[in-house]
Design a protein around this ligand. Structure first.
Ligand SMILES: Cc1cc2nc3c(=O)[nH]c(=O)nc-3n(C[C@H](O)[C@H](O)[C@H](O)COP(=O)(O)O)c2cc1C
Ligand code: SF4
Length: 355
């Protein structure tokens, strides 16, 4: 019988409990993408609030990767001392730090003013379109993921997570909805997943056999013509053979205008059934994210299958201290009503309902 508050091994990292903070864009870097005291204090608060590990917000891997300037640049050497400060603050509370490395693809606003890069030409809106990546650009992004991971290791982070979900660049490659390529990076799932396998291999080569590498991936895209559960199962099994340590299962396309499938506060563990199916097939630790709100239901999901841990995003925006409240015996439901108003980080990071 698994319980939330017990020591456990998740994705080759020992955690004090089974609650992880899922990646959450804070927009709290400075205008040049450097880590600020404000950002450090967000992680210190999360760590003091009792999570076993915090996965950082998506940190951009290269100059084409970021959505807006206040997203952390993982491609700048200043990044290492800033990240070390986050890690040290978190470790003081026995909270591990896993850095999410990613690229916004079609949504990105490249630092150089160029068009966003994507698997295929894509019109995001009337005034924003992305350009199909050349093979050189694909190789360059793979290399940038590896260099960024090396910096995370140097800074003392406990592991890295490849952002492969929610319609960001690697998820766009996986998804036939976005990926219309007819070279070896498009077509059937073994081609669409090639970039993900190459990112994994390039990171592994830089960080060594023992360093934890996780991925966040959609169990399904939930768009017509998108990435399916069957394809996800195949990709996860292949990554498992390659040696991935942790797999976080989310879902949906996190681009305005697409369904996120996470508006309801009633259905707890909205992607957990997919996570259970994937956990059946892999040796890597599987983490379920999406509308986990009560400790009772979390423990129910943990014990329905081989899910090792669950992760929370919005509940911890609302109440970073929630894990400690639960651990102290108050097993209340998270205050979060899943209204998604906090997606508007442009007006500041935080819950827009309960201040
Ligand atoms: C404000 C906000 C920012 C987010 N930023 C990221 C991110 O940087 N990377 C990512 O993979 N997911 C991101 N997500 C998705 C969450 O990690 C999570 O998968 C989703 O919110 C479902 O979990 P929840 O019901 O616990 O909120 C974000 C979600 C929100 C609300
Ligand atoms: S703004 Fe809404 S979704 Fe976001 S943390 Fe607050 S209640 Fe939850």
């Amino acid at each position: 019988m698994k319980t939330i508050f017990e020591k456990t091994n998740v994705g080759a990292i020992t955690l004090k409990n089974r609650i992880i903070r899922s990646a959450t864009v804070e927009g709290a870097a400075d205008q040049d993408g450097h880590i600020t005291e404000k950002l450090i204090s967000i992680y210190e608060k999360l760590a003091a609030g009792g999570v076993g590990a915090a996965i950082t917000s998506l940190f951009g891997v290269d100059e084409n990767s970021r959505l807006f300037p206040n997203i952390v640049k993982a491609y700048d050497d200043d990044f290492v001392p800033g990240l070390s400060k986050i890690v040290n603050k978190a470790h003081a509370h026995d909270c591990k730090i896993i850095v999410q490395l990613g690229h916004f693809g079609v949504e990105a606003n490249p630092d150089n003013g160029n068009k966003p890069l994507a698997p295929s030409d894509f019109m995001l809106s009337e005034d924003k379109s992305a350009k199909s990546m050349t093979k050189e650009e694909i190789q360059s992004v793979i290399h940038s993921f590896a260099l960024a991971a090396e910096r995370c290791k140097e800074a003392g982070a406990d592991g890295v997570q490849i952002q492969g979900s929610h319609g960001k660049l690697l998820s766009q490659f996986l998804s036939p909805y976005f990926n219309k390529r007819n070279d070896e990076y498009g077509g059937d799932i073994s081609n669409r997943a090639k970039i993900v396998f190459e990112v994994y291999a390039a990171i592994r080569e830089k960080v060594g056999e023992d360093y934890p590498i996780w991925i966040k991936i959609n169990g399904e895209d939930y768009v017509d013509g998108g990435f399916t559960l069957e394809e996800c199962l195949w990709v996860c099994c292949e990554l498992d053979k390659l040696g991935i340590n942790g797999i976080e299962i989310g879902g949906g396309i996190g681009i305005p205008g697409y369904s996120r499938r996470m508006s309801s506060s009633d259905k707890e563990g909205v992607f957990a059934q997919n996570a259970i199916q994937i956990a059946e097939k892999v040796n890597a630790s599987v983490i379920s994210v999406g509308c986990h709100r009560t400790p009772d239901m979390i423990e129910e999901w943990l014990n329905k299958g081989k899910i090792e841990s669950i992760s929370l995003c919005r509940p911890l925006i609302c109440e970073p201290e929630l894990p400690s409240i639960w651990e102290a015996g108050n097993r209340k439901k998270s205050k979060c009503i899943s209204c998604n108003k906090c997606f508007d980080v442009g007006t500041g990071f935080g819950c827009k309902v309960f201040k």
